[in-house]
Design a protein around this ligand. Structure first.
Ligand code: AMP
Length: 502
């Protein structure tokens, strides 16, 4: 099957040919004719399957006829994060070459004024995160009554991020007669329910079973790391030992952990960048660009920031934290082994993660084998980043979070973070799923800091000191997206150490 059999226009076929793609991927082959026939489509496909082009190419063909009117976009694409929205825009730029289409991005972190003037000029394709889109409609600067085609991308991630009510509101603002394309990587019951609400007699296209992992990915787990500094040491050893490591994404569950792991790796001589939802847009873009270009081979990331990003040829994925939701595991390891390439995914499984890893194994229908090699960690590192509950003062002395001055990031005024003050809703568009509140924006590293060459130091000699155990924290506390505790407001008796009964 070639692209020319799918009903795409000559201009679009020429643009596809220019990219060098000769054969449509399964989702493209199956979805494009239905999209062109104006059918609703329910696409169940992981990222990396070519699903973006599966809607971008037919949209470009359909948009060749007709003109946009001021403030009334003809088509609307909803994405959960700014990066994904920007990535879809890149697809329109790539495949829409030679067409005079107005493509606008409505994402947080960009001034309303610029977005507004773009809307005034008339938009053929509007790509938006739900929060910023609704901000514009509420201000009266945007009418969705002219939308002929609506794309809801990464629907399961939208669910995770709490965007479904926003999507429902958007769906009420677009005409009932619109065409809807709905893409999701997994099909939990809630997504199944809303897909029935949003779609009319859809063509269901499933290119791989929901929640299956790419076959080219070798998966391993390393047990250990009850204490978080132990996990960092295990991670360093894994990075040093990894065979054929070209580049890697290291996933953490929390934004704060992203910042800590980033700093720790940097301190240990690795060339590394970071990506999480609270970094400002320019830092996120810069980190991603550096990683894509290969300037930095390692990227520490949170799920939201990394979801669905098109980063070709990632050789390794490391789960510094086992994700709490089994679906996220599938997405994370989907960053490697893309487009038929081989990849490796290694998860560091602490004793607290037993239930999560069991749920993952149930979901993917296989047992994840132990990685070869001895990664049991015995030594206790004393470097600054391995002591996240302490902060260095300017004179270099350590400050506990309890006493004296507050950590610097707590003293920084909120307004100084570069975001548009009116962009409250867009912050929501960028939040981490479920436990986002309270994380510090300044916890994110700046991209220029990650310039050192990637020269992994020699493997550390394991010492004989046993790891230090402590009672398992309650799940809620473990999940919380909290900063290092500032206990200054607590009565002293609550701060006395308590001996746990084992
Ligand atoms: P996506 O699933 O949309 O994130 O796409 C994953 C990657 O596949 C992107 O790098 C695309 O450029 C690439 N891609 C899309 N369509 C094709 C195709 N027909 N043949 C080869 N690669 C493709």
């Amino acid at each position: 099957m070639s692209f020319s059999h799918l009903g795409l226009s000559d201009k679009v076929l020429a643009a596809v040919a220019a990219t060098g793609y000769t054969t449509p991927t399964p989702i493209q082959e199956q979805a494009i004719p239905h999209v062109l026939a104006r059918r609703d489509v329910l696409g169940i496909a992981q990222t990396g399957t070519g699903k973006t082009a599966a809607f971008v190419l037919p949209m470009l063909t359909m948009l060749e006829k007709g003109r946009a009117r001021a403030r009334m976009p003809r088509t609307l694409i909803l994405e959960p994060t700014r990066e994904l929205a920007a990535q879809v825009k890149e697809n329109f730029d790539k495949y829409g070459i030679g067409q005079k289409l107005n493509v606008a991005l409505l994402i947080g972190g960009v001034s309303f004024g610029d977005q507004d003037s773009k809307l005034t000029r008339g938009v053929d394709v509007l790509i938006a995160t739900p929060g910023r889109l609704l901000d514009h409609t509420e201000r009266g600067g945007l009418l969705l009554t002219g939308v002929e085609l609506l794309v809801i991308d990464e629907a399961d991630r939208m669910l995770d991020m709490g965007f479904i009510p926003d999507i429902e509101r958007v769906c009420k603002l677009v005409p009932f007669t619109r065409q809807t394309l709905f893409f999701t990587a997994t099909m939990p019951p809630e997504i199944s329910r809303i897909s029935q609400d949003f779609l009319h007699n859809p063509e269901r296209i499933e290119v791989s079973k929901p929640a299956t992992t790419a076959t080219g990915v070798s998966q391993f787990q390393v047990r250990g790391g009850r204490e978080v500094h132990e996990k960092r040491e295990i991670l360093r050893r894994l990075l040093r030992d990894a065979k054929d490591l070209q580049n890697a994404i290291i996933f953490c569950n929390r934004k704060r952990e992203v910042a800590v792991v980033y700093k720790s790796l940097q301190k240990h001589g690795f060339s590394v960048g970071a990506l999480h939802g609270d970094m400002d847009q320019s830092a996120r873009t810069a980190a991603l660009d550096q990683f894509r270009k290969g300037d930095i081979p390692l990227l520490v990331a949170s799920d939201v920031a990394a979801r669905g990003l098109d980063i070709p040829a990632v050789s390794h994925v490391f789960n510094f934290d086992v994700p709490h939701h089994a679906d996220d595991y599938v997405h994370r390891i989907g960053r490697t082994g893309r487009a038929g390439r081989a990849g490796t995914a290694i998860s560091i499984v602490s004793p607290l993660d037993s239930k999560s890893i069991a749920a993952i194994e149930r979901l993917i229908g296989q047992t994840i084998p132990a990685a070869e090699g001895d990664y049991a960690v015995q030594s206790v590192s004393s470097d600054e980043t391995d002591q996240p509950r302490e902060h260095r003062s300017r004179d270099g002395s350590r400050e506990g979070s309890r006493g004296g001055r507050k950590p610097r990031r707590e003293r920084e005024p909120r307004a100084a973070k570069g975001a548009d003050k009116t962009d409250k809703r867009s912050d929501k568009s960028e939040r981490e799923p479920r436990h986002a509140k309270g994380a510090s924006r300044s916890a994110g590293p700046q991209p220029q800091a990650a310039a050192a060459a990637f020269v992994p130091p020699a493997p550390a000699q394991p010492s004989r000191v046993p790891s230090i155990g402590r009672p398992e924290p309650r799940r809620a506390a473990r999940d919380a997206e909290s900063e290092p505790a500032d206990h200054s407001h607590l009565p002293a008796f609550l701060l006395r150490p308590v001996r746990a009964r084992v």
